[in-house]
Ligand binder design. Structure first.
Ligand SMILES: [Zn+2]
Length: 197
């Protein structure tokens, strides 16, 4: 038996979300059918509203204004430290650990020549600019250990010779992503950072 077209379409779109298969998507959409029409409308509206979000000119975080609240925080800026992460979820994972008080920079991935990801595809130029324009003395690279991650760190080191470059320490498994680590592990990894060479 197939679902009516309208249901089928909603299920198909929901199944595009990470870790949602067709089965769980069906379950989600069918449970939504128990909502009121107004609830479904407000859900749909909240998704459409995402189109109006901007990305912070400095760090790349989603924001409603040009500069996000983290970058706007003077106490954080004064640290002169930028923590470079691959993704928004990594940023949130580090924020949750409450160990770090500086600003961030979201790269949007790591260098991967095989997949056609070069420096231009990442927010590397913006990072260089920030380092030139602001009093940045240290970059903490919270980039997961993998061949591509290591190459990205080496590249950043080579283009930013006047900045102290550190990399977060052990506790982060090879190929592991920060978003799946608990706050304690992230705190330890930040504590155990060392100069990257
Ligand atoms: Zn920002």
């Amino acid at each position: 038996m197939e679902y009516p077209l309208k249901l089928e379409k909603a299920i198909e779109l929901t199944a595009k979300l990470p870790s949602v298969g067709k089965k769980s998507a069906s379950r989600m959409i069918l449970s939504m059918m128990k909502w009121t029409a107004a609830e479904r409308e407000s859900f749909a509206e909240s998704i459409v509203e995402l189109n109006n979000l901007k990305t912070c000119k400095h760090c790349g975080l989603y924001t409603e204004i040009d500069i996000c609240s983290i970058c706007n925080d003077e106490a954080r800026q004064e640290q002169g430290v930028i923590c470079v992460v691959e993704s928004l979820t990594d940023l949130f994972a580090i924020e949750k650990s409450q160990e770090y008080k500086g600003t961030y920079h979201i790269l949007g991935g790591v260098l991967n020549p095989l997949l056609g990801v070069g420096p231009e595809q990442l927010r590397i130029e913006q990072l260089e600019k920030r380092c030139q324009e602001r009093k940045v003395n240290t970059l903490i690279l919270a980039i997961s250990p993998s061949v591509e991650g290591d190459a990205t760190c080496s590249y950043l080191k080579s283009i930013l010779p006047n900045i102290q470059i550190e990399r977060i320490g052990f506790g982060v498994p090879m190929g592991g992503s920060l978003e799946y680590l608990d706050s304690m592990t992230i705190s330890k990894a930040l504590e155990n950072r060392r100069e990257f060479s």
